[in-house]
Design a protein around this ligand. Structure first.
Ligand SMILES: [Zn+2]
Length: 255
């Protein structure tokens, strides 16, 4: 697992699995953990990484409720959970789903965890909206399209955009089961001005980006989505795994 400091108040760790990112953000005495790494040893070491950087984690936030992003409770079992309204709707509509997907994943890869994933009663946050941390505020922006429940988080004092599963250097736009091409394109429009103001962009999967690279990926992704079902995969992301996602996307826009 890689850990990089983007700002005195922002540390990003990247999981060895799927390069899923987890962002620690701090204001004064309070820090939040946004999303999570995937593997048990990474989750186990996360509290010491936070402690060493003097981040006192008092809450968990999720960009969306896919299983690979929601594992922060394993690292910070007592921290309350904050989620956007759309994520709350999704979790209510599919009770136990995220735990089931995690169990299947762990079985497939022979991964052992200390116990089942517990999800506390969340604090539900309006999106768009703001969320107080220390003496500052995070901005919450709607980001549906990959799933129905995405939320992007803008950290104004650090000018860091944590966008969830968008603008990834390793994954093409993925219209998952609850996703939508129209929503995805609107989300890209909404993210564009934030990318322009950003110092760093943290995608849900892959290394943190400078704004120029993030803007280039945004343009590629827009072009890719607009061209579906006939579009070519972006050059740097033309792998076997991405071809499978592409096949899913083609099916999604055709149905
Ligand atoms: Zn993801």
């Amino acid at each position: 697992m890689k850990a990089v400091g983007l700002h005195p108040d922002v540390v990003v760790v990247t999981s060895r699995f799927w390069q899923t990112t987890c962002t620690l953000v701090r204001s004064g005495e309070e820090a939040f953990c946004i999303d999570s790494p995937v593997l048990p040893d990474e989750l186990e070491i996360l509290p010491s990484i936070a402690e060493q950087a003097r981040f006192r984690v008092v809450g968990l936030l999720l960009t969306h409720a896919d299983f690979d992003h929601v594992l922060g409770r394993y690292a910070f079992p007592d921290a309350p959970l904050g989620i956007g309204e759309p994520t709350d709707r999704r979790l209510q509509a599919e009770p136990g789903r995220v735990q089931k997907v995690l169990r299947d994943f762990d079985e497939e890869w022979y991964i052992e965890r200390p116990g089942p994933l517990t999800m506390p009663e969340p604090q539900v946050l309006p999106v768009p909206g703001r969320c107080g941390i220390g003496d500052q505020e995070l901005e919450l922006h709607p980001a549906p399209g990959h799933t129905a429940d995405g939320m992007a988080i803008w950290i104004p004092w650090a000018r860091v955009l944590v966008c969830g599963d968008y603008l990834s250097p390793v994954e093409i736009p993925w219209l998952s089961e609850s996703g939508s091409r129209e929503d995805y394109l609107e989300t890209l429009d909404r993210l564009e001005p934030l990318v322009e103001q950003a110092e760093h962009v943290v995608p849900g999967h892959g290394t943190p980006l400078d704004p120029v690279r993030a803007a280039a990926i945004l343009r590629e992704d827009r072009e890719y989505l607009q061209g579906l079902p006939d579009s070519k995969l972006p050059l740097a992301r033309r792998t076997g795994a991405q071809k499978k996602i592409h096949a899913e996307n083609v099916e999604r826009v055709g149905s």
